[in-house]
Design a protein. Sequence first.
Length: 433
Amino acid sequence: MRHKIGIRYEDKYLMERRVALIPEHVKALKEKGFEIEVVPSDKRVFKDKEYSDAGAVLNHPPLNADIIFGVKEMPIDYFETGKTYIFFSHTIKGQDYNMPLLQNVIDKEANLIDYECITNEQGKRLIFFGRFAGLAGTINSLWSLGQRMKIKGVHTPFEALTQTHHYDSLEEARSVISEIGEKIKEKGLPEEISPLVIGITGNGNVSRGAQEIMSLLPVQNIKPVQLEALIKEGNGDSHVVYQVIFEEPDLVKRIDTSKPFELQEYYEKPELYKGVFEQYLPHITVLMNCMYWDDRYPRIVTKEYLKNNWNSDFKMKLIGDVSCDPEGSVEITFEGTRIVDPVFTYNPQNGSHQMGFEGEGILVMAVEILPSELPRESSIAFSEALIPYLPALAEADMNVPFDELDIPAPLKRAMIVHQGKLTPGYEYLQQYL
């Protein structure tokens, strides 16, 4: 049995240009005898002709394919009985806004595999865009800092940057940032933002992407415990950028202080912990939020804290909310922003949001689909991680009971719905439907 593979048109976001499977890998599958259909798209980073040259058949919906790949959520009425759909469904936290989508997959007796759940036996994700979210988010945030300070009459080297999606490649953006780094080493930064402190939360792929961009600047790494002294004692150097990485022990502490912090306990019983991160906010210029969060965990930035502590002299100028959980870890992120309208200013005094760089308060960059600002590089890396699993998936019999389903183990672990039923690892989602 060989299933036909389909690649759909991304219709959730105007600027979504990524694809799960690139033409090079379509050609490799075609050479192995697999059939591939691709819905034409005038915005996809890889052109229709590249796919047809690779051997794919261009076809408008509905696709005849049995296994259909996308990137972001598919429309609720898209699913057909017996077909397999692979995309980021954003359902595993029981997200209210996507429960109708999940219910429709179930009602149609279809199969759903979620990229976010494709892991090895240790639970480590194998297929992801996270690094590119960190890359694009940090480029955007440094650009946003330059624009925000310019409006306030302070000129910085970051004015040389533009938003990530305007660059033809990641390398072009890296080159500009490297030049900015040389200017900082040579001439220093204006006193209005010196010492420049960039705080990065998390230690996963997103955080590493952020650190990759920061490494192009003259970075000096310091520990969270060194922050207060650096700011209060005025020992900062304007010719460097101070980078602080915050991990879980810096974000929370045990409510019962007689017992030490234990990472696994925090993951399993976060109710035993309280947030302590806000003590660092007055000493950070730019906060890059790059960590995983769900609503069991304490927030790292709350409206209440900012209302009680923010003033015009507050050091923090910008939050790059790469994680982008609306009203989540950064409570003032009221929604994910669009690539064409990427920032807003939050006024802590009255709780209002104003799109753009103007206004009193803290600037927030919270683009929801950051990897799509680097569509070619992110699609290539994603497809390279995905392609090894596809031949076995495309040859599997999907009509057998789930226990007998013979597909690669990482994909089986990521199958949320099989033949219209929640699989054993995801039966907990029934309570949200």
